[in-house]
Design a protein around this ligand. Sequence first.
Ligand code: NAD
Length: 274
Amino acid sequence: MATQVLQGKVAFITGGGSGLGAAFARRLAADGATIVVNDLSGAAASAVAAEVGGSTAVFDVCDSAAFDAGIDAAVQRHGSLDILINNAGIAPAVTAESLARFDVALANAMLRMEGRISEMQPTNAITSLTDAEWDRMIKVHLYGSFYGVRAGLRHMQQQRSGVIVNISSILGQLPAGGPVHYSAAKAAIIALTKSAAAETAHLGIRVNAVCPGYIDTPLLGDLSDMMRIAVTTRLAMGRMGTAEELAELVRFLSGPESSYATGDVFTMSGGYVG
Ligand SMILES: NC(=O)c1ccc[n+]([C@@H]2O[C@H](COP(=O)([O-])OP(=O)(O)OC[C@H]3O[C@@H](n4cnc5c(N)ncnc54)[C@H](O)[C@@H]3O)[C@@H](O)[C@H]2O)c1
């Protein structure tokens, strides 16, 4: 059998127990990588690790000491850290209040089309956001990605090689009204990516960001039917993407085919039109 492109490479994927992370694990494993599946959920991490013949690292990416220990243990066990995908994430909660705000936003959109601006109402997405909601969203996405980049670079700099892919979002590039904490965290991940890439390119390390549009994963499982319709009308292709479609992009960025990409931002959105 021909040698697989990622044979001998060790890939550490955060939030790998579900959705996109699980698809990334399957795709990289299919090309020969050894996979370490991180997740908050031990059961989810174990199921994906068993499927791809990899190992698990169960911890919260907001815990920097646990992140350092998890990466160190992976290097100890598998011999290197070649690919790090900072993917773990959470969605803004869908609650009775957020559904009511969505109804106000829809009514506002109709009023705007009719030019009845003075009748439009506040949606209060920002004014109702609690400190705890803001903190958790920023922690999981921005702190989690930073802890990963820092822990990963400590090994990759010694190796003078490695690839990091940070999962941002189309909402980090084109923030919409509503999930301000999610958009702010995802935008900051792009800055983190570019800064880390500039600092490490001469060491043979590449760091890129991926901005998915709306991808049908458990993350979006709580969206109401109306929210799904509203989302889909913003996609030129008229459908959400699949985790497997995104995995092709992450596979490209993880391997030698993307040798000239660093500090770059790759959007895959099916034509998100804002
Ligand atoms: N699905 C989309 O439409 C979409 C769009 C843009 C960006 N993203 C981003 O893609 C990434 C993956 O999302 P998904 O759609 O696969 O979601 P998902 O809910 O299917 O999977 C996320 C996984 O991350 C894990 N996780 C959550 N918080 C964690 C923590 N603190 N530490 C460790 N693991 C944690 C969860 O347990 C879960 O297994 C997220 O960063 C998300 O923001 C998703």
